[in-house]
Structure formats: structure tokens, C-alpha cells
Design a protein around this ligand. Structure first.
Ligand SMILES: [Fe+2]
Length: 385
């Protein structure tokens, strides 16, 4: 996050003595990425953050390919995913490659018995249904319907829900997730033509420092395994921090659409970028206003990227038979476009209420069995006249 933020108490000068009331020292931790070259924050703990008591078992949670060479356009009925009590158990990867895992989750219960850290991947959660609080060792972020939650790799967190009805789109990225570079100046500030700016971000707040010793289970995801580590102190013991590396939220409802006289290409919807995929937000907007404009997209050949669309709400203007929570996958190598009737039917329309999240990956995606369980199996033929 190219925005300086701080919470709690920090010393006047970095790497200097910072004492507690009893005269003992706080424990400083540099929490950074890309070696010492990426964004970082300096954290001040009550206890050493290194006190591992036990390294217990490790579960294999790497996704398995049920279809590794996909050439079918697919439609996955995401809301048919069965809810599961536990947050991590509820997360089911449906599409994946070596850069990114795209999953669905329908957790029923808050995560209270353990803490979680993804050591390998930035996590981008999109909240389709439910609300609650993301609790981290750098503060808390309340969330609600329509929020993206960007959780940088290494962040220890718990997710607490207000109720049992929750639906999340889960994107795990093995490359850092940033806002698009073209929307930022060389200081990192978002420019005037950006569809969002710093004011729209939900920064962590309400830092709580827990001074507790005992047995604290942290599940650490690394190299496809979920390791179970027991720490001797509460992981949320940070009394203060400052820097640039921290989790944040952003509501899709705060994305300001870019429109034009004729059809604007998908990059105008871009919200996040990585070196391996992009994330776009399709939000309610006015249609193209050239008197002869065709608002529906033209057929297009994403020759070198797979396109994943997660339909959130509203009528999706270019497709038929699409409902909330559906995921469409259009694989690289074949063109795709509006369904018969929607291309012609869009002419003269003034606007759309569609709400969707798109993930375009530069490498092909593989499908898990969980994806096939949700697949309608006939979508690829739905353009036949
Ligand atoms: Fe497309």
C-alpha cells in the first residue's frame, strides 16, 4: 500500500530503545517484502515474536488438477458450494496455476481457536455476503458486502463474522498485489484519472496489544502445506507500528467507473495488478453515449490470458443464464463474446446495474474437482444460434 500509516505507540527514532513501564524493552520487527526492497513496516511487540514452542503436523492443502488442459468455457454455480463451519476448511480452490489460486468460501463460524498466516501468497478476499471484522496484529478492519480485503503475505490474522451466512471469493497471489501503476505518480500517490484514491481505502485501526503467555496455535500456509505451530505468546501483541506494509480494505462500491462515447475496454475496470494476473471491478455505470454505440462488448480473443468473471449482483448485460455467485471461465486460445441477443439488445440502453469481479490470468488455469462439482457442463455451447 503506497500510503504511510501508523497505529499505537512507536519510539521517536527507529532501531532505538523503546521501553515499557517496567523498564524492559519492546521487541522491534521489520515486516517487509521482496527482501529489504519492497514495502515494509516496523512493529513493536510486547514479547519476542520468535517464540516457537512446538512444530506440529502439516496438512497437504495443495490443489489437485482434475482438468489440467482446459479448452472449455465453463460456468460454475458458486453459491452451490456447501457452507462449512471453519474458515480455512471452507476455502475451496476451484481454478489455479502456479501464480494464483482462485477459490470460494462459505464459512459459517468465526475463526477463534487459531490464527492464520499465508507465508507464500498475498490474499485478496472479496466479500459477496456477510460482514464482520478482519483482526490482524496490525489492527482491525471492519468489512461488509462489496469489500475487497487485501492481506499481504506474512500477515497473521483471524476473521470474525457477524453471522453464519458468508460468501467469499478468495484469490491467493504468489506475486505481490498492487493497485495499477499507471494510476500512481512516481511518489506512489493515486492520480486524478484513477477510478479510486487513498481516501477510499479502509486502513487498519483499533490496534489491540494482548499481553498473554500460553499456547497459541498459528496455522501457517507454506509450499502447499498447512503447518501447525504453537507459539508461547499471543501473536497480537503489537503496541505500535508504522510503515507501508499492512492489510487494507476497499469497497467495490467506491470504484468510480470510466465510461466513454463508445465501448471502453476491460482495463478501465482494473482495480489491482500483479505480474501474473489482473483484477477488475465491473460496477453499475452509464452506457456508451455515441448515438450509434453498441454497449455490449465486441467479441474478443484473449489469446494469452484466461478470463474469470465472478458475478456479484445485477443483470450481467452480455450474458444469459447468469446468476449471482456464478463464475465464468473463458480459456485463452478461443474468442468469447456476448450471448446471442444481448449484443443487439444492448443498443439504446442507458446503463447497467451489473456488479462483477474479473480475474484475468496470463497463464492457463487448471480446474479442481471442486470446480467440476459446480460446473454446469453445457455453457461452452451457449453461443450456438
Ligand atoms: Fe472478456
Amino acid at each position: 500500500m503506497p500510503l504511510y500509516h501508523k497505529l499505537g505507540k512507536i519510539p521517536h527514532k527507529r532501531h532505538t530503545t523503546f521501553r515499557k513501564a517496567d523498564g524492559s524493552l519492546h521487541y522491534e520487527q521489520l515486516f517487509g517484502t521482496i527482501g529489504f526492497d519492497g514495502m515494509s513496516s516496523l512493529l513493536y511487540h510486547l514479547h519476542r515474536p520468535t517464540q516457537v514452542k512446538e512444530v506440529l503436523d502439516a496438512l497437504d492443502v495443495s490443489p489437485r488438477a482434475a482438468v489440467s488442459h482446459n479448452m472449455h468455457s465453463r460456468l460454475l454455480k458458486g453459491l452451490e458450494l456447501t457452507p462449512t463451519d471453519d474458515y480455512l476448511d471452507s476455502r475451496k480452490v476451484v481454478l489455479f496455476n502456479s501464480d494464483v489460486h482462485v477459490g470460494l468460501a462459505a464459512p459459517r463460524k468465526s475463526q477463534t481457536e487459531y490464527f492464520y498466516k499465508n507465508a507464500d501468497a498475498d490474499e485478496l478476499l472479496f466479500v459477496h455476503q456477510g460482514s464482520g471484522v478482519l483482526k490482524t496484529f496490525m489492527g482491525q478492519i471492519p468489512f461488509e458486502y462489496g469489500d475487497y480485503l487485501l492481506i499481504p503475505r506474512g500477515m497473521i490474522y483471524q476473521i470474525h463474522f457477524d453471522g453464519p451466512e458468508n460468501r467469499l471469493l478468495v484469490v491467493e497471489s504468489y506475486h505481490p498485489i498492487y493497485t495499477p501503476k499507471r494510476y500512481r505518480n512516481w511518489f506512489g500517490q493515486h492520480l486524478e484519472h484513477s477510478p479510486f484514491c487513498e481516501r477510499d481505502f479502509k486502513l487498519p485501526r483499533d490496534l489491540e496489544a494482548w499481553d498473554e503467555k500460553g499456547d497459541f496455535l498459528i496455522k501457517v500456509k507454506k509450499q502447499g502445506k498447512l503447518h501447525h505451530l504453537v507459539y508461547a505468546t499471543h501473536p497480537f501483541d503489537v503496541v505500535g507500528w508504522d510503515g507501508y506494509n499492512y492489510p487494507y480494505g476497499f469497497s467495490i462500491h467506491d470504484f468510480e467507473p470510466i465510461t466513454g462515447r463508445v465501448h471502453q475496454p476491460p482495463p478501465v475496470h482494473q482495480t489491482f495488478e500483479t505480474s501474473a494476473f489482473v483484477v477488475c471491478s465491473f460496477v453499475p455505470r452509464l452506457y456508451d453515449y455515441h448515438p450509434e454505440a453498441i454497449p455490449a462488448p465486441y467479441n474478443h480473443s484473449n489469446i494469452d490470458s484466461d478470463e474469470v468473471l465472478y458475478y456479484v449482483d445485477g443483470d450481467f448485460m452480455s450474458r444469459k443464464g447468469i446468476d449471482k455467485g456464478y463464475i465464468s471461465l473463458h480459456p485463452a486460445g478461443i474468442p468469447h463474446g456476448p450471448h446471442p441477443g444481448t449484443y443487439e439488445g444492448s443498443i439504446g440502453k442507458k446503463g447497467t446495474a451489473e456488479l462483477a469481479v474479473m480475474v484475468d490470468t496470463f497463464k492457463p488455469l487448471m480446474l479442481t474437482q471442486a470446480a467440476l462439482d459446480l460446473d454446469d457442463g453445457k455453457y461452452y455451447k451457449s453461443w450456438l444460434e
